[in-house]
Ligand binder design. Sequence first.
Ligand code: HEC
Length: 103
Amino acid sequence: MRLIALTILTLLSVVARAEAPWGTVDLKAGEALHKKDCVACHVKMYGGDGSKMYTRDGRALSDKLELLQRVGACNAQMSSGWFPEEEANVAAWLNKKYYHFDK
Ligand code: HEC
């Protein structure tokens, strides 16, 4: 019984994520976190303010979910211990500023 309930919950959350990878977000907090934990490494690679990482040709991301997953992957690499809400804040901020995915 428990296993079934768990499976259903997991499926539901996957569906919810696919529809709306992030819900209510705090864009300001996302911007601040990104500045604190993310920019330096991208700057080292691309110079400037590092934003070329997000605007370079041939980038691989094509929707919000992939963006959110990429933020999660970069975050995991540096083990800054962000909560999922924090990843969502940053992903949403990056989307607003650079990616403009509407799905
Ligand atoms: C230790 C270095 C490093 C840090 C720190 C880092 N990144 Fe990255 N990031 C990379 C590298 C390398 C790539 C390119 C990977 C590739 O080409 O597949 C990348 C790519 C990305 C991309 C995809 C860019 C695109 O459109 O192709 C996003 C989004 C991103 N990082 C977000 C973040 C966020 C958010 C953080 C802070 C949690 C962060 N990164 C911290 C190294 C880093």
